[in-house]
Design a binder for this molecule. Structure first.
Ligand SMILES: Cc1cc2nc3c(=O)[nH]c(=O)nc-3n(C[C@H](O)[C@H](O)[C@H](O)COP(=O)(O)OP(=O)(O)OC[C@H]3O[C@@H](n4cnc5c(N)ncnc54)[C@H](O)[C@@H]3O)c2cc1C
Length: 314
């Protein structure tokens, strides 16, 4: 359970304090507002605030005064059109704010996305919890042989046990060293009064990348979808993908029409080069095309064929 009793009580209190508002709300998202959605072994993502909904995207695109009188099908058609033609600014009118608890190595990938506002838990000011990420056995894998960035076969038996033991022992030792250097008990008093202890901003450097940090992360709908298109993609590392998948679920609750358009025209769509299009035209005309005669590199050819293959066909 990633939350302490006190933290859960704060969330329950916030959820119990409903207020009437004239602002548009997304009823399905309200159902999970503030609640922590578990990710990995100790992490979570929770929506703490949002502005706008599907109608706000439509309203901005039409520059209209009210919530509009058009039919739902017309709004859906407009959102699909905006998504298809990358008319992006109407999506920037909606904002969302998440509270995320995540391992530091995931945070390092995440923070590369510059189009968000971030405020991270200060380990200069506060003491980090003794919580570190240990992958579930099915995610412990050897280095991929075909892709220098990815994972290959899942580790099993003694190999898996050895890695898990090393990860756990190293993390526990690192935290014990951190705690010893801080020399503080829970009330902030020195454990060893004969020793001054080390500043929090220095002691933290002893912790490894699998320790958890936390931040508030706020972005607009357009940039959220850009983040998700990269980080919910199978090319992204499993750990950040786990967060992106949870956030994709919140997108569906918040802006269902935009979510559907995003899946249709971005997540489950493909980019085809000019040469790739020429290959498809030749194939449609009944021509036999192979990689050497296609004008595509071997890698591009493989990617195009993967795109054209029915995902249900092995
Ligand atoms: C599978 C994968 C592998 C990766 N591997 C590596 C790696 O090996 N090494 C590494 O360093 N990074 C790596 N990255 C990070 C990647 O290069 C990007 O930094 C990261 O995905 C953020 O993307 P972004 O810049 O589009 O996002 P954001 O920072 O959110 O920017 C969104 C968009 O805003 C615009 N923008 C933002 N800032 C600027 C700017 N200063 N100038 C011009 N336009 C701007 C761009 O159009 C950009 O696409 C990897 C990412 C992925 C998904």
């Amino acid at each position: 359970m990633p939350l302490s009793t006190d933290q859960q009580a704060e969330i329950d209190q916030a959820r119990g304090a409903a207020q009437p508002t004239l602002r548009p709300i997304a009823p399905a998202l309200e159902e999970i507002l503030f609640q922590a959605l578990p990710v990995l072994d100790h992490g979570f993502v929770r929506v703490v605030d949002y502005m706008g909904d599907d109608a706000a995207v439509v309203q901005a695109a039409r520059v209209s005064y009210g919530r509009g009188t058009k039919k739902v099908s017309e709004d859906r058609g407009l959102i699909n059109y905006l998504m298809r033609h990358r008319h992006t600014t109407p999506f920037e009118m909606c904002e969302i704010k998440y509270h995320v608890k995540l391992p530091i190595f995931v945070a390092r990938q995440w923070i590369r996305h510059r189009t968000a506002n971030v405020n991270e838990y200060s380990a200069r000011y506060s003491i980090l919890d003794n919580e570190f990420y240990i992958p579930a056995p099915e995610h412990l894998a050897a280095q991929a042989t075909t892709n220098r960035q990815g994972r290959g076969a899942v580790l099993e038996g003694a190999a898996a046990r050895r890695v898990l033991d090393l990860l756990r022992e190293d993390s526990e030792r690192a935290y014990a060293g951190y705690a010893a250097m801080l020399n503080e008990d829970e009330a902030g008093a020195p454990v060893d009064s004969a020793w001054p202890g080390l500043a929090r901003e220095l002691a933290r450097m002893n912790l490894s990348l699998n320790f958890y940090t936390q931040w508030y992360w706020k972005t607009d709908l357009h940039n959220l979808m850009h983040f998700l298109s990269l980080r919910a993609d199978p090319h992204a590392q499993y750990e950040i993908r786990a967060y992106a998948k949870a956030m994709l679920d919140t997108l569906a609750l918040w802006v269902p029409m935009t979510h559907a358009a995003f899946l249709e025209y971005r997540m489950n769509a493909g980019v085809i080069s000019a040469t790739g299009l020429a290959v498809i035209r030749r194939l449609l005309a009944g021509e036999q095309v192979d990689q050497p005669s296609s004008g595509l590199s071997a890698r591009e050819w493989r990617e195009l064929m993967a795109l054209l293959r029915d995902p249900a066909t092995p």
